[in-house]
Design a protein around this ligand. Sequence first.
Ligand code: GLN
Length: 206
Amino acid sequence: QPVVGVLALQGDVREHLAALEKCGVEARAIRRAEELDELDGIVIPGGESTTISRLLETFELLEPLRAKIAAGLPAYGSCAGMILLADKVLDGRADQHQLGGLDVVVRRNAFGRQIDSFETFLDVRGVGPVHTVFIRAPWVESVGAAVEVLATVPESPEAGDAAGRIVAVRQGNVLATAFHPELTGDERVHRLFVDMVRGVTGSEEK
Ligand code: GLN
């Protein structure tokens, strides 16, 4: 079975490990560069992107992980993970590092104070209607030509100005959501990622 890592420097690592296990892969917490070599995919969890960015440097994982993703290692980022996978970030800290891989511009803490955190149902392409949890989430401000938009915020009184904003994207082997499917006990988004991983690894024989 495929081996999928969860970057375990900070954030909701345990929730991602549990969701991945439900999808029938071997899920591993990753803290060292050597551990990357055994992976068929990696998840960058939700948390605090500035903290994760700093720890990526401290743990000497920034360059190795960036190189792996650039070379095609399937990656999925939720919330802070989405921020780290974006090629460009607005409202980030000046010293914040990007892993990159997604040709998108992401705005950190985009939903602002009024709807700091909220839950809604939205349609995720290839998955269906999903109960989504947003926590000081980013949104995708703009996407490059190779990026597929998988979900936008639907109109609702709660969504306000956020309606229509892009909150899930895929580009090749990289998937990202502004929300946290790992917190809802619904592992369909993780299944979508695992299907991407299996596509690369050649499913059955692993
Ligand atoms: N606001 C956080 C950041 O900028 C992300 C929040 C989250 O992952 N729930 O990194």
